[in-house]
Design a protein around this ligand. Structure first.
Ligand code: GTP
Ligand code: MG
Ligand code: ZN
Length: 282
């Protein structure tokens, strides 16, 4: 059997990169549900070049639909206005799924000081890159590509522009923010892996405005464990089970007040706990 990697999926056809680096278009054998094969999946082909078996999976993301993700580049920009609540949920999602989050602040040409302000919020807990897809600073992202990586973030932050800049070509479609609003949808509609070298792939994905809290599949009491900056303070909370919401003797709340923990991150944490508390699961 020949081994390959699914780069793209369009209708019932999968583009599969073989170890020879040739890319072939394949169908899947009926025993495999075609909805169960994702971009990023390792697959095996039979003598007719049809996918007959799936390889092992490290993880899987439903939105965007990609398997075996190593890193997620969470892209924000001065425009459109960042929704940090969603950024924090994506960050948490990465931690839950064994994906390394990298915060990428694009369009630094528009407002450098705004970008630096966002960077301050995240630099203690993740790698942060500031760049513009309009100049060479975008190469900082290319250096970080390792394994299967995805670009994620709101529509119009510049995900497709980043791919085009790195590929020095228009390999994926870009639209202005106003055009996107006019058409009422994101420009990028499909997922595709672009190759950047041996075992280096980057996927452009459709922008999304929200991440459904249900997808996190967490209880309200578990959320705090995925905020790495809380951990060293949490040891000093009076109660072991402290949720860091309203206890008087909460070391995390004290650290927020003293500026050791970002207020933005904390406020979005409160919002997430409250939202998850009110979810009706059935
Ligand atoms: N000033 C400036 N504009 C940028 C930069 N990067 C992208 N843009 C512009 O931002 C707009 C949106 O870019 P896209 O690349 O289509 O955004 P996207 O994130 O792929 O959007 P979706 O596919 O809808 O999710 C376009 O008008 C780009 O020209 C940048 O670094 N600086
Ligand atoms: Mg796009
Ligand atoms: Zn506490």
């Amino acid at each position: 059997m020949i081994k390959g990697l699914v780069l793209k999926k369009q209708a019932d056809i999968f583009s599969v990169e073989l170890e020879t680096r040739n890319v072939v278009d394949c169908v899947a054998r009926k025993i495999l549900k075609k909805d169960g094969i994702f971009v990023g999946d390792k697959v095996f082909l039979d003598e007719d070049s049809a996918i007959c078996k799936l390889g092992e999976r490290k993880n899987i993301l439903i939105r965007p639909p990609v398997a075996n993700i190593n890193k997620m580049f969470i892209v924000v920009a001065p425009v459109p206005k960042p929704d940090l609540y969603t950024v924090d949920k994506m960050f948490l999602f990465c931690k839950l799924n064994n994906i390394e989050p990298v915060i990428c602040i694009n369009k630094s040409d528009l407002n450098q000081s705004f970008c630096e302000k966002i960077a301050k919020i995240y630099e203690k807990i993740a790698k942060v890159l500031i760049f513009s897809s309009l100049d060479e600073s975008v190469l900082a992202l290319e250096k970080e590509i390792k394994g299967i990586c995805v670009l994620a973030g709101q529509s119009a932050v510049g995900k497709s522009s980043i791919i085009n800049a790195l590929k020095k070509d228009n390999v994926t479609k870009v639209d202005t923010f106003s055009k996107k609003i006019e058409r009422g949808k994101q420009t990028t509609r499909t997922v595709q892996l672009f190759r950047f070298g041996k075992n280096k792939y980057l996927a452009d994905t459709a922008g999304f405005s929200k991440l459904d809290e249900k997808l996190l599949n967490l209880k309200e009491s578990e959320i705090k464990d995925y905020y790495p900056e809380f951990l060293k303070f949490a040891e000093r909370c009076k109660y072991k089970s402290c949720l860091h919401i309203n206890s008087k003797d909460c070391a995390v709340i004290k650290a927020v007040k003293s500026g050791e923990i970002s207020k933005d991150r904390y406020q979005n944490y409160q919002k997430l706990v409250e939202t998850i508390k009110n979810i009706k699961w059935f």
